[in-house]
Design a protein around this ligand. Structure first.
Ligand code: FES
Length: 341
């Protein structure tokens, strides 16, 4: 009979919980059964919510199962606990404190306030939570929406900060033939009711960090950065300097430039760099990608923290670039957008 492995789960606030994981059983499954506050959502390796760093012992992710974890993240010890089995007694560290996952996700209904086409392939969707419903979240996290009239569910990061609740703003990329995209293009009306659950995700603004922040966003990956910027602006006392590098494929695809401009006026410590892959150069943007727009000078403070959100290729390139510039991998937080439509 093979013995269970003892797995230590260590949270950023010093809370530690130990759970027994039977041979062949998943670490996340055992952790949740024991009541450990581990963030999770899809339980299939795609959302990245359950990421933790292996800091002792041996644990392996199930071979042959596709996951959103980058090879460089795995090489640094990161694991997705929903796909991980303990091979020996082992320990994991979480980049968030034990309170982050303590409440668990809530269910809510929301009404559509506004639907605004902000680029040929992007929509700003404003929802208002129904009276009596509430979803607390940290800037950077996401919710899961059920597309009205279907069973399909889609995840979107909040572009608004928790201070705007009960209003939640989302930026949705329109995809040809996508279930949510077709609904928003063809059928959605103000006051439609949408079911949502959340919050989810370990990608959120860390509290009390005074070091410079570098944010790199591709397309609707800008959403969680907007939420974080508004939360930083609302903080009392000294705020960190923030450099936001945002990019889209073409000038026509850009959006939220006025909103970013406003925030630059409100936040003297905010600098923005806008890039497009191709098209005509403009006064407000450069030709190139948002990763290359970050220079060695931008990353000269080795304590800088970075937030990356966009397609997997951009996130991978941004992580490599920032690590090459000397940022501590532990200070680089990332969320990949994987199209599900
Ligand atoms: S819960 Fe593990 S990747 Fe989504």
């Amino acid at each position: 009979m093979s013995a269970a492995c003892l797995v230590s789960l260590r949270f950023a606030d010093g809370v530690e919980q130990r759970v027994d994981v039977a041979a062949g059983h998943g670490v996340l499954e055992a952790a949740l059964a024991a009541g450990a506050p581990v963030l999770n959502q899809c339980r299939s390796g795609s959302c990245g919510s359950c990421m933790a760093r292996l800091v002792g012992g041996d644990a392996r992710m199930r071979p042959g199962v596709a996951s959103s974890l980058l090879p460089s993240e795995q090489a640094q010890g990161q694991r997705l606990l929903c796909l991980t089995e303990a091979v020996s007694d082992c320990a994991f560290e979480f980049a968030y404190d034990s309170r982050a996952g303590a409440g668990g996700p809530a269910k809510a209904s929301a009404f559509i306030d506004t639907i605004e086409r902000i680029a040929p392939d992007a929509v700003r969707l404003k929802l208002e939570l129904a009276e009596g419903d509430w979803i607390d979240f940290r800037p950077g996290q996401f919710v899961e929406l059920t597309v009205p009239g279907t069973d399909a569910r889609r995840r979107y990061s909040m572009a608004s900060s928790p201070a705007a609740l009960p209003v939640i703003e989302l930026l949705v990329r329109l995809l040809p033939g996508g279930v949510m995209s077709d609904y928003l293009r063809d059928r959605a009306r103000v006051d439609d009711v949408i079911a949502l659950t959340g919050p989810y995700g370990g990608f959120f603004l860390r509290d009390k960090v005074k070091a410079p922040h570098i944010m790199i966003a591709g397309g609707t990956g800008l959403a969680p950065m907007m939420s974080m910027l508004d939360a930083i602006r609302a903080r009392p006392g000294a705020r960190p300097n923030v450099l936001l590098s945002f990019g889209c494929a073409t000038p026509e695809g850009l959006f939220n430039l006025d909103e970013l401009d406003l925030r630059s006026h409100w936040m003297p410590g905010l600098a923005t760099r806008i890039s497009v892959d191709s098209g005509a150069a403009g006064a407000a943007w450069r030709i190139g990608n948002p990763v290359a727009a970050i220079t060695a000078d931008d990353a000269r403070d080795p304590a800088s923290v970075a937030y990356l959100c966009g397609p997997p290729g951009m996130v991978r390139a941004a992580r490599e670039h920032l690590e090459g510039l000397g940022l501590d991998p532990a200070n680089i937080h990332a969320e990949q957008f994987v199209a599900s439509e």
